[in-house]
Design a protein around this ligand. Structure first.
Ligand code: DX5
Ligand code: ZN
Length: 216
């Protein structure tokens, strides 16, 4: 497979007492994106961190900040994440009734627009916004927590999404339960970006962990 696979370690699994060092270490280890999971305790049953933390980490590295918003409502907070240094901002299909507006708003700030789908949300929910997106984040666990078990049906979703996207320049990102064991089938089905929290930040050698996923 000659396609370049990107690995996006999720800061959710990092050591919160040493966030700056963790961002520097993951950059040095060859991560492609840093995945930042923002949770509000409302859209998902957990609270993580917000734009101020992300902004404080921005000077630590020039890595692409890939911000995954598990929040509802979304629109009022987007500008803050742009100012914090996000390069990609993903909002959930399920987060509100006006996805098209949210995507236009994200792109209006000159950053990439992503859409995230919960495991139970069908691919068809993207049909009307295909030309407004730069990335689709398919959740392969129910969002809210790191370290959950991969939902195998995601592999079929990747395959169908690849067909639906055609030749549009849209990245397919998979988020949740990605390990060197689950990554191979996802890559084969057409995934471009693999998010991994536990499988990178909870390993002794970050560079080895990233390579093991990329080459799965
Ligand atoms: C889940 C988050 C994921 C999570 C992945 O709500 O969106 O990004 O951190 O963690 P692992 O890789 O441990 O499943
Ligand atoms: Zn995520």
């Amino acid at each position: 497979m000659s396609r370049a696979i990107k690995v996006a370690p999720s800061l959710l699994a990092a050591d919160y007492g040493r966030l700056t060092e963790e961002v520097q270490a993951i950059t040095a280890a060859g991560a492609d994106y840093l995945h930042l999971d923002v949770m509000d305790g409302h859209f998902v049953p957990n609270i993580s961190f917000g734009a101020d933390i992300i902004k404080a980490l921005r000077p630590a590295s020039d890595i692409t900040f890939d911000v995954h918003l598990m929040i509802s409502p979304v629109d009022a907070y987007i500008e803050g994440f742009v100012e914090a240094g996000a390069a990609i901002i993903s909002a959930h299909v399920e987060a509100g009734p006006h996805l098209d507006r949210t995507l236009q708003l994200i792109r209006s700030f000159g950053v990439k627009a992503g859409v995230a789908l919960n495991p139970s949300t069908p691919i068809s929910s993207l049909e009307c916004v295909l030309d407004r997106i730069d990335l689709v984040c398919l959740m392969s666990v129910n969002p809210g927590f790191g370290g959950q078990k991969f939902i195998p049906n995601t592999v079929n979703k990747v395959r169908r999404l690849r067909e639906l996207l055609g030749d549009r320049p849209v990245e397919i990102e998979i988020d949740g339960g990605v390990t060197k064991e689950t990554a191979g089938a996802l890559i084969e089905a057409g995934a471009d970006v693999l998010v991994a929290g536990t499988a990178v930040f909870r390993q002794p050698d970050y560079a080895d962990a990233i390579e093991a996923i990329r080459n799965a």
